[in-house]
Design a protein around this ligand. Structure first.
Ligand SMILES: [Fe+2]
Ligand SMILES: [Fe+2]
Length: 276
Protein backbone atom coordinates (compact mmCIF):
# COMPACT_ATOMS: atom_id res chain seq x y z
CA UNK A 1 0.00 0.00 0.00
CA UNK A 2 1.21 3.46 -0.80
CA UNK A 3 4.88 4.11 -1.34
CA UNK A 4 6.62 1.59 0.82
CA UNK A 5 9.98 1.91 -0.85
CA UNK A 6 10.95 5.45 -0.11
CA UNK A 7 14.40 5.01 -1.57
CA UNK A 8 13.02 3.86 -4.91
CA UNK A 9 12.94 6.60 -7.54
CA UNK A 10 9.44 7.60 -8.49
CA UNK A 11 9.14 9.30 -11.83
CA UNK A 12 6.20 11.38 -12.87
CA UNK A 13 3.99 9.42 -15.22
CA UNK A 14 5.16 6.03 -13.89
CA UNK A 15 1.58 5.10 -13.14
CA UNK A 16 0.21 6.50 -16.41
CA UNK A 17 0.02 4.60 -19.70
CA UNK A 18 3.27 5.23 -21.55
CA UNK A 19 3.07 7.10 -24.84
CA UNK A 20 5.55 7.46 -27.67
CA UNK A 21 8.19 10.01 -26.63
CA UNK A 22 8.62 13.00 -28.90
CA UNK A 23 12.34 12.19 -28.76
CA UNK A 24 11.72 9.14 -30.98
CA UNK A 25 9.67 10.84 -33.68
CA UNK A 26 10.57 12.39 -37.01
CA UNK A 27 10.08 16.14 -37.54
CA UNK A 28 7.18 15.26 -39.86
CA UNK A 29 5.48 13.24 -37.15
CA UNK A 30 5.89 16.17 -34.78
CA UNK A 31 3.94 18.38 -37.18
CA UNK A 32 6.79 19.91 -39.18
CA UNK A 33 9.64 22.28 -38.31
CA UNK A 34 7.26 25.00 -37.12
CA UNK A 35 5.39 22.70 -34.73
CA UNK A 36 5.87 23.66 -31.11
CA UNK A 37 6.98 20.07 -30.44
CA UNK A 38 9.78 20.32 -33.01
CA UNK A 39 10.81 23.74 -31.65
CA UNK A 40 10.93 22.44 -28.10
CA UNK A 41 12.99 19.44 -29.07
CA UNK A 42 15.46 21.71 -30.91
CA UNK A 43 15.81 23.95 -27.87
CA UNK A 44 16.26 20.90 -25.63
CA UNK A 45 19.09 19.84 -27.97
CA UNK A 46 20.78 23.26 -27.66
CA UNK A 47 20.35 23.01 -23.92
CA UNK A 48 22.03 19.60 -23.73
CA UNK A 49 24.97 20.92 -25.77
CA UNK A 50 25.44 23.81 -23.33
CA UNK A 51 25.17 21.49 -20.32
CA UNK A 52 27.77 19.20 -21.80
CA UNK A 53 30.20 22.13 -22.32
CA UNK A 54 29.47 23.56 -18.89
CA UNK A 55 30.54 20.41 -17.10
CA UNK A 56 33.99 20.76 -18.71
CA UNK A 57 34.69 24.42 -17.85
CA UNK A 58 35.25 26.58 -14.78
CA UNK A 59 35.76 30.18 -13.66
CA UNK A 60 34.77 33.08 -15.93
CA UNK A 61 34.38 30.72 -18.86
CA UNK A 62 31.78 28.67 -17.02
CA UNK A 63 30.14 31.87 -15.86
CA UNK A 64 29.75 33.02 -19.46
CA UNK A 65 28.19 29.66 -20.34
CA UNK A 66 25.85 30.01 -17.35
CA UNK A 67 24.58 33.36 -18.63
CA UNK A 68 23.96 31.75 -22.02
CA UNK A 69 22.26 28.85 -20.30
CA UNK A 70 19.89 31.17 -18.46
CA UNK A 71 19.13 33.12 -21.60
CA UNK A 72 18.02 29.84 -23.11
CA UNK A 73 16.37 28.19 -20.11
CA UNK A 74 14.31 30.96 -18.53
CA UNK A 75 12.57 32.27 -21.66
CA UNK A 76 12.04 28.61 -22.61
CA UNK A 77 10.46 27.71 -19.27
CA UNK A 78 8.45 30.92 -19.31
CA UNK A 79 7.05 30.14 -22.77
CA UNK A 80 6.22 26.62 -21.60
CA UNK A 81 4.31 27.95 -18.63
CA UNK A 82 2.38 30.64 -20.49
CA UNK A 83 1.70 28.93 -23.84
CA UNK A 84 2.12 25.16 -23.62
CA UNK A 85 1.04 24.12 -20.15
CA UNK A 86 -2.34 25.90 -20.41
CA UNK A 87 -2.89 24.09 -23.72
CA UNK A 88 -2.04 20.74 -22.13
CA UNK A 89 -4.38 21.46 -19.24
CA UNK A 90 -7.10 22.15 -21.80
CA UNK A 91 -6.69 18.89 -23.74
CA UNK A 92 -5.57 16.33 -21.16
CA UNK A 93 -7.25 15.20 -17.98
CA UNK A 94 -3.84 14.51 -16.45
CA UNK A 95 -2.58 17.92 -17.58
CA UNK A 96 -3.14 19.78 -14.36
CA UNK A 97 -1.21 17.38 -12.17
CA UNK A 98 1.58 16.84 -14.68
CA UNK A 99 2.14 20.54 -15.40
CA UNK A 100 2.11 21.28 -11.68
CA UNK A 101 4.87 18.73 -11.24
CA UNK A 102 6.95 20.35 -14.01
CA UNK A 103 6.30 23.80 -12.57
CA UNK A 104 7.72 22.56 -9.28
CA UNK A 105 10.85 21.51 -11.12
CA UNK A 106 11.08 24.93 -12.78
CA UNK A 107 10.63 26.56 -9.38
CA UNK A 108 13.43 24.49 -7.93
CA UNK A 109 15.62 25.57 -10.83
CA UNK A 110 14.83 29.26 -10.23
CA UNK A 111 15.80 28.88 -6.61
CA UNK A 112 19.00 27.00 -7.44
CA UNK A 113 20.10 29.63 -9.94
CA UNK A 114 19.26 32.45 -7.54
CA UNK A 115 21.48 30.65 -5.04
CA UNK A 116 24.17 30.40 -7.68
CA UNK A 117 23.77 34.12 -8.37
CA UNK A 118 24.87 34.81 -4.81
CA UNK A 119 28.16 32.94 -5.26
CA UNK A 120 31.15 33.76 -7.44
CA UNK A 121 33.25 31.47 -9.63
CA UNK A 122 35.64 29.61 -7.36
CA UNK A 123 33.45 29.80 -4.25
CA UNK A 124 33.23 26.54 -2.31
CA UNK A 125 29.92 24.82 -2.87
CA UNK A 126 29.39 26.41 -6.26
CA UNK A 127 30.24 23.25 -8.21
CA UNK A 128 27.65 21.28 -6.25
CA UNK A 129 24.93 23.81 -7.15
CA UNK A 130 25.99 23.73 -10.81
CA UNK A 131 25.78 19.92 -10.76
CA UNK A 132 22.30 20.10 -9.28
CA UNK A 133 21.20 22.58 -11.94
CA UNK A 134 22.48 20.26 -14.67
CA UNK A 135 20.69 17.22 -13.19
CA UNK A 136 17.44 19.13 -12.73
CA UNK A 137 17.47 20.38 -16.32
CA UNK A 138 18.12 16.92 -17.73
CA UNK A 139 15.24 15.51 -15.70
CA UNK A 140 12.97 18.34 -16.87
CA UNK A 141 13.70 17.56 -20.52
CA UNK A 142 13.01 13.82 -20.08
CA UNK A 143 9.72 14.39 -18.29
CA UNK A 144 8.57 16.87 -20.91
CA UNK A 145 9.54 14.83 -23.96
CA UNK A 146 8.49 11.43 -22.60
CA UNK A 147 5.41 12.18 -20.50
CA UNK A 148 3.99 15.64 -20.97
CA UNK A 149 4.36 16.54 -24.64
CA UNK A 150 2.98 13.24 -26.03
CA UNK A 151 -0.25 14.19 -24.22
CA UNK A 152 -0.33 17.54 -25.98
CA UNK A 153 0.27 15.74 -29.26
CA UNK A 154 -2.58 13.30 -28.62
CA UNK A 155 -5.04 16.14 -28.04
CA UNK A 156 -4.09 18.51 -30.87
CA UNK A 157 -3.88 18.62 -34.65
CA UNK A 158 -0.59 19.37 -36.48
CA UNK A 159 -2.10 22.70 -37.51
CA UNK A 160 -2.75 23.62 -33.88
CA UNK A 161 0.80 22.57 -32.99
CA UNK A 162 2.15 24.95 -35.64
CA UNK A 163 -0.01 27.75 -34.31
CA UNK A 164 1.27 27.08 -30.81
CA UNK A 165 4.75 27.18 -32.33
CA UNK A 166 4.18 30.70 -33.69
CA UNK A 167 2.84 31.83 -30.34
CA UNK A 168 5.82 30.22 -28.63
CA UNK A 169 8.26 32.28 -30.72
CA UNK A 170 6.52 35.56 -29.88
CA UNK A 171 6.35 34.88 -26.14
CA UNK A 172 9.87 33.55 -25.98
CA UNK A 173 11.42 36.63 -27.52
CA UNK A 174 9.96 38.92 -24.88
CA UNK A 175 10.37 36.62 -21.88
CA UNK A 176 12.54 37.23 -18.79
CA UNK A 177 16.04 35.73 -19.00
CA UNK A 178 16.65 35.25 -15.28
CA UNK A 179 15.06 33.31 -12.45
CA UNK A 180 12.24 35.07 -10.61
CA UNK A 181 11.31 32.61 -7.92
CA UNK A 182 8.60 34.73 -6.32
CA UNK A 183 6.58 35.51 -9.44
CA UNK A 184 3.57 33.30 -10.11
CA UNK A 185 4.30 30.38 -12.43
CA UNK A 186 0.84 30.64 -13.92
CA UNK A 187 -1.03 33.36 -15.78
CA UNK A 188 -1.90 36.14 -15.32
CA UNK A 189 0.84 37.00 -12.76
CA UNK A 190 3.71 35.78 -14.91
CA UNK A 191 2.36 37.63 -17.95
CA UNK A 192 2.07 40.96 -16.12
CA UNK A 193 5.62 40.66 -14.79
CA UNK A 194 7.19 39.67 -18.10
CA UNK A 195 7.85 43.00 -19.78
CA UNK A 196 9.57 44.92 -16.97
CA UNK A 197 11.48 41.88 -15.74
CA UNK A 198 12.55 40.98 -19.23
CA UNK A 199 14.00 44.46 -19.82
CA UNK A 200 15.87 44.43 -16.52
CA UNK A 201 17.14 40.90 -17.09
CA UNK A 202 18.45 41.64 -20.55
CA UNK A 203 20.20 44.79 -19.31
CA UNK A 204 21.83 42.78 -16.55
CA UNK A 205 22.98 40.15 -19.04
CA UNK A 206 24.75 42.92 -20.98
CA UNK A 207 26.30 44.50 -17.88
CA UNK A 208 27.57 41.16 -16.62
CA UNK A 209 29.19 40.56 -19.96
CA UNK A 210 30.90 43.98 -19.70
CA UNK A 211 32.06 43.10 -16.17
CA UNK A 212 33.58 39.83 -17.28
CA UNK A 213 35.50 41.50 -20.10
CA UNK A 214 36.98 44.23 -17.92
CA UNK A 215 39.10 44.62 -14.81
CA UNK A 216 39.35 47.15 -12.04
CA UNK A 217 37.03 50.11 -12.05
CA UNK A 218 35.14 49.26 -15.23
CA UNK A 219 34.37 45.83 -13.85
CA UNK A 220 33.30 47.23 -10.47
CA UNK A 221 31.06 49.82 -12.14
CA UNK A 222 29.29 47.23 -14.30
CA UNK A 223 28.87 44.90 -11.32
CA UNK A 224 27.39 47.71 -9.25
CA UNK A 225 24.92 48.65 -11.99
CA UNK A 226 23.92 45.00 -12.37
CA UNK A 227 23.26 44.73 -8.64
CA UNK A 228 21.10 47.87 -8.76
CA UNK A 229 18.99 46.34 -11.54
CA UNK A 230 18.72 43.10 -9.56
CA UNK A 231 17.26 45.13 -6.72
CA UNK A 232 14.76 46.77 -9.06
CA UNK A 233 13.74 43.35 -10.36
CA UNK A 234 13.31 42.20 -6.76
CA UNK A 235 10.94 45.10 -6.11
CA UNK A 236 8.81 44.19 -9.14
CA UNK A 237 8.68 40.56 -8.05
CA UNK A 238 7.17 41.56 -4.75
CA UNK A 239 4.25 43.49 -6.27
CA UNK A 240 1.03 41.62 -5.49
CA UNK A 241 -0.28 41.46 -9.10
CA UNK A 242 2.68 39.43 -10.33
CA UNK A 243 1.94 36.71 -7.79
CA UNK A 244 -1.56 36.35 -9.12
CA UNK A 245 -2.52 33.08 -10.72
CA UNK A 246 -0.41 30.85 -8.50
CA UNK A 247 -2.33 27.68 -7.69
CA UNK A 248 -5.63 29.25 -8.70
CA UNK A 249 -7.26 28.76 -12.06
CA UNK A 250 -6.26 31.06 -14.85
CA UNK A 251 -8.48 34.08 -15.23
CA UNK A 252 -10.08 34.29 -18.64
CA UNK A 253 -10.26 37.61 -20.43
CA UNK A 254 -7.03 38.96 -18.98
CA UNK A 255 -4.65 37.76 -21.52
CA UNK A 256 -4.74 37.23 -25.27
CA UNK A 257 -2.84 33.97 -25.37
CA UNK A 258 -5.07 32.59 -22.69
CA UNK A 259 -8.15 33.76 -24.58
CA UNK A 260 -6.91 32.13 -27.75
CA UNK A 261 -6.26 28.87 -25.93
CA UNK A 262 -9.67 28.92 -24.37
CA UNK A 263 -11.31 29.43 -27.77
CA UNK A 264 -9.07 26.96 -29.53
CA UNK A 265 -9.56 24.12 -27.10
CA UNK A 266 -12.93 24.74 -25.50
CA UNK A 267 -14.88 22.96 -28.25
CA UNK A 268 -12.53 20.01 -28.19
CA UNK A 269 -12.69 19.68 -24.43
CA UNK A 270 -16.48 19.69 -24.49
CA UNK A 271 -16.69 17.07 -27.21
CA UNK A 272 -14.23 14.72 -25.45
CA UNK A 273 -16.18 15.29 -22.25
CA UNK A 274 -19.40 14.26 -23.94
CA UNK A 275 -17.91 11.16 -25.48
CA UNK A 276 -17.03 9.71 -22.09
FE1 LIG B 1 10.87 22.87 -18.79
FE1 LIG C 1 11.45 22.31 -21.98
Amino acid sequence: MGHQHDTEMHHVGDDLPSMRSIAEQSVEELGGRGSVLAIMRREHGELEELLERMTHTSGDEQDELLTRLWRLVFPHAYAEETVIWPAIRAVSGEGDELTLHIEEGHQKLSELTAELDRTRPGDPGRDAIVAEVVAELRLDVREEEDVLLPRLQAGTTPKQLRRLGRMWQVVRRTAPTRPHAVVSRRPPGNVIAAVPLSLLDRSRDALDRVARRNDGRARARAEKASRALAKAAGAIERLPPVRRGERGRTRPGRWTVHRWLTREFAAKQQSTGRRK
